[in-house]
Design a protein around this ligand. Structure first.
Ligand code: F6R
Length: 614
């Protein structure tokens, strides 16, 4: 959601900024803009509703020179997506420009005060107000830019990642962060600023992640300086980036989503590597080791998450209850944060998030902490806000997920939750040794079983062709496969814009069955397990109403094949591990249907990769 790129150095800023904005396109946005100070000291600002490519076309014949500049992709919050509301925004004199991710909650009060002092505003945004406020302080208090930004941010309520540039001082950029990530790349003789590392990684591996309420003063020819909002100097902590450029490029695939679907044997393996030791019967998870006693005594687990991560939490519910015999609640973070939830000292709260930046999940964590809870995180992005806000936890090692629709992050989350549940079962002695060991060995075989499912891609493309023009779809599953039905429906609707719903199969007759006719595709997980016969009955109910059945079955199944329009055979596994394999066909089907419908698979309309506003 919103992307920031800024450059200060001796190279041409524009190409670096544009390339960086393109790398951030996956975050979701509806307009783009850039501001550059040219060698004559003139400030040029170009902004366009639409894609970065439209901004590039617009700026083609314009002055794009300059060794310092800031660029932004905006996902509209205050004011509709149009050229005027796009960032960068000017201050009153037009000497300052600002780009901003986040929301300034008290912008209206500040705006009214500034209006009384003669300020006039061009846009409807909260961001423009901040640019004016900084300049107002700069002029009235006779402050340097860094101090003016600091003083302005002390008046602000809300979340921000900002970069400010001053035409009068083209060798300085000022950046600040609260609640929205910002990373500064330190090159040999230049600086890069971005909302994540992807625009920076090809230029330098040395980065500083700004912490909450920190302001960075970036000056050419000087060391990076950081101050907190109390004006205390902080020593920058320079880290080495451990991502490679290949991991954020498409690598020959047509879309990031397809690449990421195909990466799952690897990302599941990476999420288990060094943790799962089937031969010795051990599960070693560094981030939860300090909380072992809590795991032993826990009376309840509460999962907090949104979207696909919430679906992973639902899978977790079945796993923790079955393996560790502990009650589980799975909460939408957005609901939890506005209730007055009851948390007991023996509860363990586990927040699940790919990006680690989801505003609702972050707020829910803070609420849980304020009630004394131990909060663990299952995050994909190392050093993200949620990873830092939690008391411990485990990273999913899925690697960067660029496609907006989450795929490999989901299976990595389920992998980590499975290991946690098994570990908890061991600590509490709730599984027999033989079942525990069998599950560990079975987990080890999951990556190769995912490989087998990926080989069905051509068959899935054909099935996709049959259903690409559907207006509705139903996804059914029972037990631990029910959350996979929800996830299948979410994947289809978010990238193909086909209305889809996921249901526990038995719930169908309590309402959704009314929708079934000979045009309705019903995607069912009917793998072997305790619920198999029940699901077969549900399939018959659909067939009796002429619905189309597309079933995921266990390899060799004949009964469901006989009553289905299409079957997708997946390798046999323990029924509680089925989600890790059964979700793959649903991901591929959604992908192909969306491509056939001409949809923008990697950047579906209205969606953002990390949802940093509530
Ligand atoms: C769906 C999807 C979203 C995210 C949700 C939470 O494909 O990606 O539903 O799962 O926005 O995001 P994270 O996991 O980053 O907290």
């Amino acid at each position: 959601m919103c992307g920031i790129v800024a450059y200060l150095g001796s190279r041409e800023a524009y190409p670096i900024i544009v390339k960086g904005l393109q790398r951030l396109e996956y975050r979701g946005y509806d307009s783009a803009g850039v501001a550059l100070i040219n060698p004559k000291g003139e400030l040029n600002v170009y902004k366009r509703k639409g894609k970065v490519s439209e901004l590039v076309a617009f700026a083609k014949d314009k002055d794009i020179s300059g060794h310092v500049g800031i660029g932004h992709t905006r996902w509209a919050t205050h004011g509709e997506p149009n050229d005027v509301n796009s960032h960068p925004h000017y201050s009153q004199t037009k000497d300052l420009v600002i780009i901003h991710n986040g929301i300034i909650e008290n912008y209206n009060a500040i705006k009214e005060g500034l209006k009384k002092r003669g300020h006039t505003f061009l846009s409807q945004t909260d961001t423009e107000v901040l640019a004016h406020l900084i300049e107002d302080i700069q002029q009235n208090e006779n402050m340097k830019l860094g101090h003016a930004v600091l003083a302005a941010l002390n008046q602000v309520i809300g979340a921000y990642a900002i970069v400010v540039m001053d035409k009068k001082d083209p060798s300085t950029l000022v950046a600040a962060k609260k609640g929205s990530p910002l990373v500064i790349g330190i090159g040999a003789e230049d600086f890069f600023v971005a909302s994540d590392a992807s625009p920076i990684v090809e230029y330098t591996k040395n980065v500083v992640y700004l912490e909450e309420e920190q302001v960075a003063i970036i000056r050419l020819g000087h060391e990076l300086r950081i101050r907190n909002l109390k004006d205390k100097e902080i020593t920058p902590y320079v880290q080495k980036l451990n991502i490679e450029i290949e991991s954020i490029e498409k690598g020959g695939y047509d879309h990031f989503m397809l690449k990421e679907i195909y990466e799952q044997p690897r990302s599941v393996l990476d999420s288990m590597r060094g943790r799962l030791h089937a031969d010795t019967g051990d599960i070693k998870m560094g981030g939860i080791v300090d909380h072992e006693k809590k795991f032993e005594k826990a009376k309840r687990i509460i999962f907090l998450a949104c979207g696909t991560s919430w679906h992973a939490g639902l899978v977790g519910e079945y796993l923790f209850e079955e393996f560790a015999r502990v009650p589980v609640e799975v909460e939408y973070a957005s609901e939890f944060r506005y209730r007055n939830p009851i948390i007991y000292p023996d509860d363990i709260v586990i927040a699940i998030s790919q990006s680690g930046e989801t505003a609702d999940t972050l707020a829910a964590i803070e609420l849980a902490k304020s009630k004394g809870a131990t909060v663990l995180g299952v995050c994909n992005v190392v050093g993200s806000s949620i990873a830092r806000a939690t008391h411990g936890g485990s990273y999913t090692h899925a690697g960067p997920e660029i496609g907006v629709a989450s795929t490999k992050a989901f299976t990595a989350q389920v992998t980590v939750l499975t290991l946690m549940a098994l570990h908890m079962a061991k600590v509490r002695g709730t599984l027999s040794e033989s079942r525990y060991r069998a599950l560990l060995y079975e987990m080890e075989s999951i990556p190769s079983k995912i490989e087998v499912v990926l080989k069905l891609n051509d068959d899935l493309r054909k099935i996709a062709f049959t259903y690409k023009d559907s207006n509705n779809a139903l996804y059914l599953g029972r037990g631990v496969s029910f959350p996979v039905a929800l996830e299948g429906a979410l994947k289809l609707k978010e990238i193909s814009y086909i209305h889809a719903e996921g249901y526990p199969a038995a719930e169908m007759k309590h309402g959704p069955i009314a929708l079934i006719d000979d045009e309705m595709p019903v995607f069912v997980i009917a793998t072997k397990g305790a619920n198999y016969e029940k699901v077969v009955s549900n399939i018959q109910e659909v067939k009796a109403r002429k619905g189309k059945i597309i079933a995921v079955v266990t390899s060799g199944d004949k009964d469901v094949r006989a009553m289905s329009d299409h079957v997708i055979e997946i390798p046999e596994t323990d029924e509680f591990l089925v989600p890790l394999i059964a979700v793959i066909p649903w991901q591929l089907l959604s992908y192909h249907i969306a491509v056939m419908r001409g949809c923008n698979v990697d950047q579906p309309r209205n969606l953002a990769k990390s949802v940093t506003v509530e």
